[in-house]
Write a protein that binds this ligand. Structure first.
Ligand code: NAP
Length: 350
């Protein structure tokens, strides 16, 4: 590699995912430069405290250290600005790339949605881990990418580090996908698997999931199936080219699944998993998220408590299964990094 491409980037959100991403910038700096010829320069960062913006680059280590001390990015020496908004940063700061890792706000998509729209309109590529803007406005965002000749990448929005979107979009580009099945939500898979394997009640398994950091304090979005449904909508738009809405997904969660149900299933050689399915039906897809009784040798039935997975049934590419063990948000951050690499190296070379 003879030349190094410098990529100024902005990051919104320095929580679990954003901090892991900054750690990757530090840990993989030499690999990115020496092996891939890519120098990622953090020129702006935003959290709820405000922003820090420096045209020549902030030190990712310093941002991580501030967060570790419980401080916000506004406390960044010299370049921190208390109260500055993420949107204003995206409107006014020069950068090639926006990384979005703010919370998924499924009411109105903010602040992620406006930040992504603004970045795309300003000619920046966008890599996001935040599913809400895609669920709420996928067609509009796709139009913006086409009008402005930029890329929007979001592999991290579906099952963290699992390459579900990229596998479908890139490797199955010429295939017909007649069935897609996925375990797309870690919390529910953790609960059902611990109930089945360890004989825990639903409440006990949920408490374990919360204690281990695999479930939110309010787990309703996960256990009622809506998180998986959101991810299915993203897969439908991006991989199946099918204009799905959340209202078009038949959703049933796992709150009524009892230890007795799981024992019955096991007695019949089955395992109960929360499965998101898209089934081809003529020129449309039937979309659902529901607890399914899978044969014990089904690839998704095999997945352990910290795993998620997807199965694509295709016309020319066989049946492809991908699975991940995701113990921490690091693989999600790494999915953002591989999207960046794809934008600057792989897509550019195609
Ligand atoms: N955690 C995972 O494993 C995972 C996996 C896949 C996808 N995701 C998605 O990735 C995104 C980030 O997840 P996370 O777990 O990192 O969330 P998190 O820990 O709650 O962090 C969210 C970050 O966003 C910042 N933030 C909140 N509101 C903001 C605003 N209005 N303007 C600027 N910054 C704002 C927060 O600031 P403060 O630090 O000041 O509070 C925090 O730094 C979410 O959309 C999530 O659904 C997460």
């Amino acid at each position: 590699m003879t030349t190094t491409q410098k990529v100024p980037l902005l990051l919104i959100g320095v929580g679990n995912v954003g901090q892991r991403f900054l750690e990757l910038l530090i840990r993989k700096r030499d690999t990115l430069c020496d092996r891939l010829g890519l120098e990622l320069i953090l020129t702006g960062v935003a959290d709820t405290s405000g922003v820090a913006i420096c045209p020549t680059g902030l030190d990712p280590q310093q941002v991580v250290q501030l967060k570790a001390k419980g401080q916000g990015v506004a406390a960044y020496p010299r370049w921190g600005q208390s109260g500055g908004s993420a949107l204003e940063m995206v409107r006014t700061t020069e950068a090639d790339l926006l990384l979005e890792a703010s919370p998924a706000n499924l009411e109105d998509g903010q602040p992620g949605l406006s930040c992504i729209e603004t970045a795309l309109s300003r000619g920046m590529h966008v890599v996001t881990a935040n599913k809400a803007p895609l669920v709420l406005a996928f067609p509009r965002l796709l139009t913006l990418t086409r009008v402005h000749g930029v890329q929007l990448r979001f592999d991290a929005t579906v099952a963290g580090g699992l390459p579900a979107v990229n596998l479908g979009q890139r490797d199955l580009a010429a295939a017909e996908i007649y069935r897609l099945e996925g375990i797309l939500n870690l919390t529910t898979n953790y609960i059902l698997t611990r109930m089945a394997q360890d004989g825990l009640s639903y409440d006990e398994a949920l408490a374990h999931a919360q204690a281990a950091g695999h479930a939110e304090t309010d787990p309703s979005l996960d256990v009622e199936g809506w998180d998986a449904a959101n991810k299915l909508v993203i897969l439908a738009h991006s991989v199946l080219d099918y204009p799905a809405t959340l209202a078009g997904v038949a959703v049933e969660g796992i709150t009524h699944v009892t230890a007795e149900t799981l024992r019955q299933a096991a007695a019949e050689g089955k395992r109960v998993k929360l499965v998101a399915t898209a089934e081809r039906d003529g020129d449309r897809y039937n979309l659902s998220v529901r607890p399914a009784w899978l044969d014990a040798d089904h690839p998704l039935a095999q997945l352990g408590p910290k795993q998620m997975g997807i199965v694509y049934h295709t016309d020319i590419s066989g049946v492809i299964t991908a699975a991940i063990v995701e113990e921490t948000p690091l693989p999600t951050a790494s999915a953002m990094l591989r999207d960046i690499i794809d934008i600057y190296l792989l897509s550019a070379a195609r």
